[in-house]
Design a protein around this ligand. Sequence first.
Ligand code: ADP
Length: 474
Amino acid sequence: MIHLNIHDAVRLLDGLVLKEGPDLDIQKIVIHSGDASQGAFFVVLLGSKNDGHEFIRHAVSLGASGIIGIKEKLDQIVYDLSDFNGWLIGVDDTLKALGKLAFLVLRKSKAKKIAITGSSGKTTTKEMIAHVLQSNFRVHKTKGNFNNFLGLPLSVFEINEDDDVSVLELGMNAPGEIRWLASIVEPDIGVLTNVQPAHLQYLRTIERVRDAKAELLTGLDSKSSALVTNLDDQNAKRVADAFGGRKFFVSKSKKADLYVDGDIVWNGYTTKALIKSFEQKNAGVMLKFPYPGSHFVSDILLALGVGMILGVSLESGVSSLKSFTFPSMRFEKTILPQGALVVFDGYNANPSSMRASLEAFMLLASDKEKVMVIGDMLELGIDAKFYHKELGGFLARVGCEVFVIGEFAKDVCLGALQVSDCPNMHVFDLNQKNALALSLSLILSKNHALFIKGSRDSHLEDILYRLRAHLTET
Ligand code: ADP
């Protein structure tokens, strides 16, 4: 971690210093008392089950140099800590304190900061950006999808002094969250992947989703920051229209700063597209991406755009993407013991990512018999049933065998029945994963391709584990 001057931290935290410790640098910030050591500050969080204040003694016993906790709570225990010679700082909100410390770290870092938000493809795009940049720079990036009030600061604390670029993902569930995260990061480059129906449970309408994503702009400096976004997405374009600084548009079909000239051609294994830069006016560079799916091309263009802004040539960016691999649980291809191909995309799901992934799978498995396991698309609020019925209609038209599982499985089935009298669909409850896996194990052969997708909270990976177990038992 980049060390922080204690006085800078105290000033920014604007809290109550209940005990003043020695003049030192904060060398490490921890949220688990067991990770504390000399030079570390233990930031005490209030979890849903545990109150971290109960673990202060533990952190102190391990040599923590400072404690940042809730003012009133620290006030109650300050007398019990008379033997503690470190800093004791009380604040109103320790999660906010964590964000402020992350802000300080980023201010001290020399790294260019790239912040990615959007409805789908944040993690994919973050990984692609890091991949494109790594040949020219020392790159720090968000771990996994550590993209919220807690995860973002924890990611930031891992930046090293010599990192040139930090690629950070900003996620949200409610208005105001991106504003806070963007204020921590103060991005040099903001990336908005798209604005689609997701998180409608909290935001209700696509306009409110758009407004929430537009909060990214509040962290950008209209004189020095750039915004990279997708011209093909009307709502993302509208967000960009409100930004007075440098804009970099990408498009799969229209002339933009970076765009696809001609058709995107994808077979089962590769996606090919001729990518041109409007500014360079040359013959373009042929992308050969080792996964099928035209939706990935939008993410790729955004990543290449960020690369170009930071001086990575289009040729070099395109060439590095040949060796890109997806983070786990995203379009993960494996072969089962008896030879069936599995595409597991159980990281997350909303209507557009579901459709995009299904289409990519169908191409990938065009010469196979296709079976699908479809879970819930969560957090869609009052429109959830509508979107699941719509998906059902789509699946019925596709016509392959589908196992639907979860709270909205019946709605998927109802949607299918509107299109077909007898859709090839089996409905399961979430507590029947084992039965579903068993059914799959009885039908799958090496001629099959299995697709599994649903929202993270459904944990559809359990089905895959159980399916493997059934297949190895038989
Ligand atoms: P996020 O981090 O925003 O949740 P991920 O990168 O984890 O997004 O991808 C989640 C799902 O969205 C995956 O199924 C992925 O294939 C799909 N996806 C990725 N990029 C896009 C895109 N540009 N448009 C639609 N779906 C996408």
